[in-house]
Design a protein around this ligand. Structure first.
Ligand code: G3P
Ligand code: CA
Length: 323
């Protein structure tokens, strides 16, 4: 092995001496360019988790589209960030569904809402998506359907863009008799585009590990409640079943401007690092621009990042960020 590196070094010196292009690599785990993951599609521009938002993301140069997945009453995977529907659809304006509203206990406390698992796919398909964030355009509200995961897979196959699905609340879905693994793997069967499967819950990733060759990513919020519940194990355990980690971006910093050792430790366990979420319209105050924030993370060697504005990150990726 050492001899091979010696030969590569000699060749590199020769190439430089001859004026050949710079052969240096990115400070990522693989040395490849970091990937741009369109968080919920190009969700900064269009209503999140719609085929239109995913399509815009691929037009803007994203490498992957990210569908968060929940399940309908009849066991179909659909793209929504939350099981509740009031913030991202027009369900509250639909009188025929008024009696479906009910209170459920969630991770964040009690919530009175409409829930995806109380609706059939046919009913979900009558709803239209809305922009949930104040300050973003509502010009496209009430126009686009809620896509199924199968429809998103078809979009990826047709376009060649990678897929980065997240199973939302898999243990809750299992409790009510809705297994997420089988429909997820069925939809991905034979898919040739790059795929990462992610979750905040370690259990489903451990169960998927022997069932699939697709890369698995453990999301890490750092929330002590998730750690206590066993959902987010330490990095050394994550390496037993996953290929990467998706940390909340602040976990990468000891303090503003001072990197923590997170990326170094994850890379030491062979884990790629894909932090979230980068937003042009929600910039941490110590950065001069969203470009500066992304550059700071690329420089520390992240292997990719989730962003609501993939066009910004794709431009920086294309400009290069090498050693
Ligand atoms: O999946 C990565 C990132 O999206 C996690 O946060 O809450 O937007 O799904 P969330
Ligand atoms: Ca997500």
């Amino acid at each position: 092995m050492r001899m091979i590196f010696g030969m590569i070094g000699a060749l590199a010196l020769f190439a430089c001496a001859e004026g050949a292009p710079d052969q240096s690599t990115y400070p990522t785990l693989s040395g490849d360019a970091p990937i741009v993951i369109a968080h919920r599609g190009a969700s900064g521009i269009l209503p999140e988790h719609t085929l239109e938002a995913y399509t815009l993301a691929l037009q803007q140069g994203a490498d992957f589209i990210e569908p968060d997945l929940v399940m309908t009453k009849d066991g179909v995977l659909i793209a929504r960030h939350d099981r509740f529907l009031s913030t991202t659809t027009n369900v509250s304006d639909r009188p025929e569904f008024a009696d479906r509203k009910r209170v459920q206990e969630t991770f964040s406390g009690e919530r009175d809402d409409w829930w995806a698992e109380d609706f059939t796919l046919e009913e979900i398909k009558t709803l239209r998506a809305r922009q949930p964030y104040a300050g973003r355009s509502k010009a496209y509200d009430d126009q686009f359907e809620i896509p199924t995961f199968a429809e998103i897979v078809n979009l990826a196959i047709a376009s060649g863009i990678g897929l980065y699905p997240e199973t939302k609340s898999p243990s809750y879905h299992a409790e009510i008799g809705l297994d997420m693994k089988a429909p997820l793997l069925d939809a991905l069967s034979g898919v040739q585009v790059p795929v990462f499967i992610q979750s905040f819950e370690a259990q489903i990733l451990r169960e998927l590990h022997p069932l699939t060759e697709f890369s698995l990513v453990q999301l890490i919020s750092g929330d002590p409640r998730a750690v206590m519940a066993g959902h987010e194990p330490p990095l050394e355990q994550v390496g037993e079943y996953a290929d990467g980690v998706g940390p909340y971006k602040q976990l990468l910093w000891a303090e503003p401007g001072l990197p923590s050792d997170f990326v170094e430790r994850a890379h030491a366990f062979g884990l790629a690092v894909h932090p979230w979420t980068f937003r042009d319209d929600n910039l941490p105050e110590h950065y001069a621009s969203s470009e500066a924030e992304i550059e700071a993370h690329l420089a520390m060697g992240v292997d990719g990042l989730f962003t609501d504005f993939p066009e910004t990150a794709a431009k920086l990726r294309d400009a290069g960020n090498k050693r």
